[in-house]
Write a protein that binds this ligand. Structure first.
Ligand code: ADP
Ligand code: MG
Length: 474
């Protein structure tokens, strides 16, 4: 981890640059991660398919949640993109990756372009028409208005997004779409971008997560090329920023966004933002940024109702070569009510399994698969196990965590252990304090609140907690 303060003067608080340094450490080495994916696949696919497609694969790089996987040949590449990707995604999620993004290349493809810049996420395959040089919109062409199902849960957001795509910079500026995870926010804001570039190929649309935007800013600050940053972000026609709730309370970063926002807004360039809650409820957002964001239109997306869920499943299943019986779609819609991402994940899992085993995805088959994947997590976990696993993860002894020591390298693990006791076992604060040899339950309360806050703001903490959870349930 690079501590920004250690390298620069100024009033900037500590900034975590770990996500910039390239390969993310997910506990397992990247290669071990890929091996474990292969291990799981081997259990469910035919030996022939495994030998033909899977054995020759290689994980080339792993940055943030993005995996670049080398496959045998162009035919295999299509199979992976069309059929196997959902299965890989599901397995990766079980290993704690929240948003895995997969890209496949064949052994003969040049790798040059993939290794250099960790900031490049998704590159649109389309060239941006007459614009000079290559402009990376980072849009994913998979997200369009055409393949977005509209229901009462999202019709207003859909209409507003459509209006913005038709009249960028004129209608609702900024447009701020908010709602819980997996409800189609990223899909909608990317659809706006794709529609704009579809209609006006010369328009420059840039999609970035809040983390990418902030990291990019820090990177330019560090290399003393802030001018370049400014040019890059102001020389565009539409800026799409995803997951705004992750904007940390770092004044300087918010200032970068504030300035970019003002410059674009004044030039009537479109700003498109998504977050998991409205601006007023993002505690880390400075007041002036909040009021800027409220200048346009803030609109929410909600959980889809049953009919919408069935429609989504049928739409997604239509892209598969496996025929999904209507009853199975209904079964899934009845049983998965959390969010669309989970619905999609389960559907893909079922389709991929049915395909590999060569059987029809009946409701019974779906039920069986879902039951297996749900019971994969044993429910009987003890406080002791959580403390032990957390300690081991940080290469400490349980006694260290339970000791009165205030050393920094012990305090964080202790706080995370408390957090997990609460999140996994729903223990009371006094009980948590007691487990860790504390008399005062307010320490537990504060520790848990602190980790709760940091998880939302700091990707390193988020990843650590996710990894420990995986170890606990492994
Ligand atoms: P969010 O950004 O809100 O967490 P996403 O936009 O990533 O959610 O959506 C999760 C998945 O669900 C994506 O694959 C997306 O295409 C799909 N999805 C969500 N809502 C819809 C919808 N109304 N119609 C079709 N697909 C949807
Ligand atoms: Mg999203």
């Amino acid at each position: 981890m690079v501590n920004y303060l250690a390298m620069n003067e100024g009033n900037i608080s500590e900034v975590n640059l770990e996500t910039q340094t390239g390969v993310a450490d997910i506990g397992l080495s990247s290669n071990a991660l890929w091996q474990s994916v292969l291990g799981e696949v081997e259990l469910i696919c035919t030996p022939q398919s495994f030998r033909t497609f899977w054995l020759p694969t290689k994980l080339i790089s792993f940055n943030n949640d993005k995996l670049l996987i080398e496959v045998n040949n162009i035919f295999a590449k299509t199979q992976f993109e069309k059929k196997f990707a959902p299965l890989i995604n599901d397995i990766l999620k079980k290993h704690g990756l929240t948003r895995p993004q997969l890209e496949f290349i064949t052994s003969s493809t040049k790798r040059r372009e993939h290794n250099e810049d960790v900031m490049v996420v998704e590159t649109s395959k389309k060239s941006s028409g007459s614009t000079p040089a290559k402009f990376e919109s980072r849009l994913n062409s998979r997200f369009t208005f055409d393949n977005f199902i509209v229901g009462s849960c999202n019709d207003l957001a859909y209409a507003a997004a459509g209006a913005v795509a038709e009249h960028p910079g004129e209608k609702y500026n900024p447009i701020f779409i908010y709602g819980g995870v997996g409800l189609g926010k990223t899909h909608l804001i990317q659809a706006i971008g794709n529609k704009i570039t579809g209609q006006w190929p010369a328009k420059r649309v840039l999609y970035a997560s809040t983390e990418e935007f902030v990291n990019d800013f820090i990177h330019h600050l560090r290399s003393k090329t802030v001018d370049e940053f400014t040019r890059k972000y102001r020389d565009i026609d539409a800026l799409i920023i995803d997951d705004m709730q992750f904007i940390a309370g770092k004044e300087k970063n918010q200032e970068a966004f504030f300035n970019t926002f003002n410059a674009l807004h004044q030039a009537s360039k479109q700003i498109i933002i998504a977050a998991d809650r409205p601006p007023a409820n993002i505690p880390t957002l400075t007041d002036r940024l909040k009021s800027r964001l409220l200048m346009g239109m803030a609109i929410d997306v909600n959980l889809p109702d049953y009919e919408t869920r069935v429609a989504i499943i049928e739409l997604k299943a239509a892209h598969s070569s496996v025929q999904l019986p209507r009853e199975t779609a209904e079964y899934l819609a009845e049983n998965i009510k959390t969010n669309v991402r989970e619905l999609e994940g389960s559907l893909n899992y079922i389709l991929a399994n049915a395909e590999m085993r060569g059987i029809e995805p009946t409701p019974e088959f779906a039920a069986e698969l879902l039951a297996n994947s749900r019971t994969a997590r044993p429910k009987h976990i003890t406080a002791r196990q959580i403390i032990e696993k957390t300690a081991r993860y940080f290469e400490l002894k349980p006694a260290d965590i339970c000791s009165p020591a205030r050393d920094k390298y012990i305090v964080l693990p202790r706080q995370i252990a408390m957090y997990l006791l609460r999140s996994e076992l729903h223990m009371s604060y006094p009980k948590i304090a007691n487990e860790l040899g504390r008399k005062d339950h307010t320490t537990a309360l504060h520790s848990i609140e602190k980790i709760d806050r940091e998880i939302k703001l700091d990707i390193t903490i988020r990843e650590k907690v996710a990894e420990i959870r995986e170890v606990i349930y492994a």
